[in-house]
Design a protein around this ligand. Structure first.
Ligand code: 6PG
Length: 251
């Protein structure tokens, strides 16, 4: 177990997205040099939208789009044209604006009403792309994550069944508060990544961020605590508002 953790506090959201974009471009460059391609699992929600927009504009010419392969760390159980869809958010902010070959985009087929089939299908797509047999886990070059005010990440919500799954790559996770499923990559997949970067912004996340980074509550109540890349790098990229109540030595 050798996770290296780096916490970086930047002044404000623009600085956050600039730092995240710089990291993205750097990681793309090194992955393409080493392996000829770059694999990234994107996070959803609202925070990363500005990063995706930046990549489509300011950083557009620094990314070899034809060598970049896009996946989603989690998806809502809705069709791709639904306003809740993480795919739709990324498509509108980034994919519709840059020359990524359609074959490089691995969308979660969340339009299928059978959530378990969605998860199975996405797992198969991952296994085929990364050529990993049952019992093995793919290693993404980068997995981007957000953190909810309840400490969830991806769609690994407190107290949900997905937190315990150590064999599958992707599961349909029932989330009682939504009275619905979320499709999510599991902890073994996320923790197999070469680099995991949390992007956290805003004062509403501050108490949760303090608990996740410094507190002693059970990890199942704050699933972001369960992210420890086994042989990778864990970055917490946060703005000053989110870091407001971290102990002095950190912020
Ligand atoms: C999702 C995300 C989720 C998100 C957090 C933070 O599908 O919503 O993957 O894990 O990252 O909920 O969301 P915000 O960035 O909108 O606060």
């Amino acid at each position: 177990m050798s996770t290296s953790l780096e916490l970086r506090v930047v002044p404000d959201p623009p600085a956050l997205f600039q730092a995240a974009a710089e990291q993205f471009v750097t990681l793309v460059g090194s992955a393409v040099r080493e392996n000829g391609c770059f694999t990234v699992a994107l996070s959803g929600g609202s925070t990363p939208k500005s990063l995706y927009s930046r990549l489509a504009t300011d950083d557009r010419d620094q990314v070899p789009w034809d060598k970049t392969f896009f996946f989603w760390g989690d998806e809502r159980h809705v069709p791709p044209d639904n306003p809740e869809s993480n795919y739709r958010m990324v498509y509108e902010a980034l994919l519709s604006k840059v020359p990524v070959p359609p074959g490089n985009i691995f969308r979660v087929p969340a339009e299928n009403p059978d959530a378990a089939r969605v998860a199975e299908s996405y797992e198969l797509a991952l296994r085929q792309f990364f050529k990993v047999p049952p019992g093995s886990f793919p290693s993404f070059d980068l997995i981007l994550l957000g953190m909810g005010p309840d400490g969830h990440t991806a769609s690994l919500f407190p107290g949900t069944a997905a937190l315990k799954d150590r064999s599958r790559l992707v599961v349909a996770n029932w989330v009682e508060k939504f009275k619905g499923h979320r499709i999510t990559m599991t902890l073994p997949v996320i923790n197999q990544a070469a680099v995991v970067t949390f992007l956290v912004s805003g004062r509403d996340k501050a108490e949760t961020l303090k608990e996740v980074l410094e507190g002693s509550q059970p990890p199942d109540l704050f699933p972001s605590k369960l992210i420890h890349p086994v042989n990778g790098k864990l970055n917490w990229l946060v703005d000053r508002a989110a870091a407001a109540v971290l102990s002095r030595t950190r912020a």
